[in-house]
Ligand binder design. Structure first.
Ligand code: NCD
Length: 290
């Protein structure tokens, strides 16, 4: 299949190439296409990913078609495959898809048009991982040897799962921390205060309430006190360490209001970098380099 569905199977050289190209675009390099059309098909809520993909398309001169799942024929029982096949038949040059089903793209193997994964269930979110990596690379200039703690609702997070796989391949030491009920063993566990004191990257996650079968065992106030990045914890971080979060952030839950925009926070820079990473990915796919 064409496009970008997962980072698994993408070499570390290719990943570095995408980041380098995104940095060139951020530095002012220009790339434009004529007469191309792409759509964003989001079957789950999104602010950043959807509009960052659309901004990337606009920056590349690509015409953007917005799709409203709740006003589409999906409500008449049309399948994901038939919906995507429709956009292919309309002559689109690519679609971005977000769907709640893990690896939904396995149903789309007959589609020849490029598909960009904007998130599948709790499995993959490749452009989020790439923008996270770009942000880390801008900060440190390398990956190997960096120590990362991913803190929070690991078990329901496609961001955590995607990042753990690729960060390990890039030679980073990845740990998970947070409530035991969300520890799925996908990386070695680290005590929260130990993580705060020793890690180069503190990556926070939102508690994914909408994916929970069972109610969280504690109140959000208790979560904040036990696992949130409070000012006190932030002050214990290494001097050069940075705070990341894929957002949406819940101020006062996983991160204190005052910490979200403190000098160590790269949360808004991640959003900016997301546009360049998506420009790089779309452009490389359209040019046959990815
Ligand atoms: C994340 C997602 O949807 O996977 N957000 C994002 O894409 N920036 C994380 C989340 O919803 O908590």
């Amino acid at each position: 299949m064409r496009g970008l569905l997962t980072l698994k199977g993408l070499s570390t050289e290719k990943i570095q190439q995408i980041i380098n190209y995104a940095l060139e675009l951020k530095g002012g390099a220009k790339k434009t296409y004529e007469n191309k059309k792409m759509a964003t098909l989001f079957f789950e809520n999104s602010t950043r990913t959807q509009y960052s993909f659309q901004t990337a398309m606009i920056n590349l001169g690509i015409n953007v078609i917005s799709f409203n799942a709740s006003a589409s024929s999906v409500n008449k029982g049309e399948t994901l495959y038939d919906t995507v096949r429709t956009f292919e038949s309309l002559g689109l040059d690519g679609v971005v898809i977000r769907h709640s089903k893990d690896e939904y793209f396995k149903e789309l193997e007959n589609i020849k048009m490029p598909i960009f994964n904007g998130g599948d269930g709790a499995a993959n979110h490749p452009t989020q991982c790439l923008l996270d990596l770009m942000t880390i690379y801008e900060e440190y200039g390398h990956f190997a040897g960096l120590k990362v703690a991913i803190i929070g609702d690991i078990s329901h997070s496609r961001v955590a799962h995607g990042n753990i796989e690729v960060m390990n391949r890039l030679g980073m030491e990845v740990y998970i921390a947070g409530p035991e009920e969300y520890n799925d063993g996908s990386a070695p566990h680290i005590d929260l205060d130990e993580a705060i004191k020793t890690c180069d990257v503190i990556m926070l996650l939102r508690v994914q309430f909408e994916r929970h079968q069972e109610k969280m065992s504690m109140s959000v106030e208790e979560y904040h006190q036990k696992f949130g990045l409070t000012e006190e914890r932030m002050n214990n971080m290494k001097e050069k360490a940075i705070i990341m979060h894929p957002a949406p952030i819940n101020r006062g839950v996983e991160i204190a209001d005052s910490v979200a925009e403190c000098p160590k926070s790269r949360i808004y820079k991640q959003m900016t970098n997301g546009v360049y990473v998506r420009m790089a990915v779309i452009s490389m796919v359209l040019d046959g380099d990815l």
